[in-house]
Design a protein around this ligand. Structure first.
Ligand SMILES: NC(=O)c1ccc[n+]([C@@H]2O[C@H](COP(=O)([O-])OP(=O)(O)OC[C@H]3O[C@@H](n4cnc5c(N)ncnc54)[C@H](OP(=O)(O)O)[C@@H]3O)[C@@H](O)[C@H]2O)c1
Length: 318
């Protein structure tokens, strides 16, 4: 199959492109940035397409010879605060993608969404729900995935907490008792790969949860433990958590936001796990993430350390 991935340069997209390449598919990864997907350039059968997916005419033309479109575009924070950024990423782009599929004669679409889409009060979840509805109304052969928080090497979940813990002995945590069923990125991309091959997935919405449910506090404390860091995690009452979100709304890069706080008011756990229907046994977070998390350092440094260890140059662990 020839498959176009919108948002394919990111964390999930990079794993997905590699996974689908191994199945022999030809993949077009769309990125808005010239160097956005450079790390995928060496993957067999992967082509990087540098253009803005909001450019309707360009997307129509680029999609012409493909068999399927996967939309992974999503944001956790917008630059403003009125929801317009979320609407643009989660609804307008979905509309553009559906139009492009119709123009190009592509009938298969897989949409990445999130658990609790359409519920609660956050712009993130509400726009996710509207985006899903556009897909359901599209007349295409669609599949929607709703994962809990996704973890994997270089994710923005465990890696982010590891980074925060490294710079502060105390971590004030909003919604510390919110529950998650963190899902391994390898299991998520396996679900996409199977859905592409399985007509029974057409018209289905799959919730995806890992094998283990944890509170946010448990996740953070476990990360600290893996990194041998003694840290104090302070659960903020909601009134303070709300204030934390409002303050961080104005911090460049928004490490946390009012909208994140609102999303956390709902537990990120499944009603029925879509992995069962797809014949996949998902990993639990603590069982899987020890593979990379208990190495000191993270990101590029950790990869270099793993390389050194593998080739016996770590000075201790051959
Ligand atoms: N990671 C998780 O824990 C998690 C959990 C549930 C759902 N999801 C959803 O899964 C999808 C993939 O997540 P991820 O962690 O891989 O995200 P990511 O690393 O941030 O990648 C998303 C990609 O989308 C593109 N993008 C971002 N904003 C865009 C915009 N406004 N317009 C067009 N393109 C845009 C970017 O590509 P370029 O900059 O190269 O164009 C980016 O590489 C997202 O929809 C996310 O909401 C993720």
């Amino acid at each position: 199959m020839k498959i176009m991935i919108l948002g394919g340069s990111g964390f999930v997209g990079s794993h997905l492109a590699r996974r689908l390449s191994r199945d022999g598919h030809a993949i077009s990864v769309v990125t808005r940035h010239p160097n956005g997907a450079r790390h995928l350039a060496i993957v067999p059968r992967v082509q990087i397409r540098h253009f803005d997916p909001y450019d309707v005419d360009r997307l129509d033309a680029e999609l012409a010879d493909h068999d399927a479109l996967i939309n992974l575009v999503g944001i956790l924070n917008e630059s403003g605060r009125d929801g317009a950024g979320f609407r643009r990423a989660h609804i307008e782009l979905v509309e553009i993608a559906i139009k492009a599929c119709n123009a190009a004669g592509v009938t298969r679409m897989i949409q990445m969404s999130a658990l609790n889409a359409g519920q609660g009060i956050s712009h993130y979840l509400l726009t996710r729900g509207e985006g899903e509805q556009r897909v359901r109304d599209s007349g295409l052969d669609w599949t929607i995935f709703r994962p809990s928080t996704i973890f994997g090497p270089d994710d923005s979940f465990l890696d982010r907490f590891a980074g925060l813990l490294a710079i502060s002995p105390v971590l004030p945590l909003a919604r510390a008792d919110a529950k998650f069923a963190p899902v391994y990125v390898g299991d998520v991309v396996e679900a996409f790969a199977r859905a592409l091959e399985d007509r029974a997935s057409h018209g289905q919405t799959y919730e995806l949860c890992g094998a283990e449910t944890l509170t946010l506090r448990q996740v953070v404390e476990w990360v600290a433990h893996q990194r041998n860091m003694r840290r104090l995690v302070i659960a903020l009452p909601d009134a303070l958590g709300r204030v934390q979100g409002k303050v961080f709304d104005f911090v460049p890069g928004k490490p946390f936001s009012s909208d994140n706080f609102k999303s956390l008011l709902l537990d990120s756990v499944c009603n029925g796990n879509g992995f069962d229907s797809l014949g996949i046994e998902p990993w639990g977070m603590r069982e899987k993430a020890t593979e990379w998390l208990n190495h000191t350092g993270h990101g590029r440094q950790a990869r270099y350390q793993r390389f050194r260890e593998r080739f016996g140059r770590s000075g201790g662990r051959a």
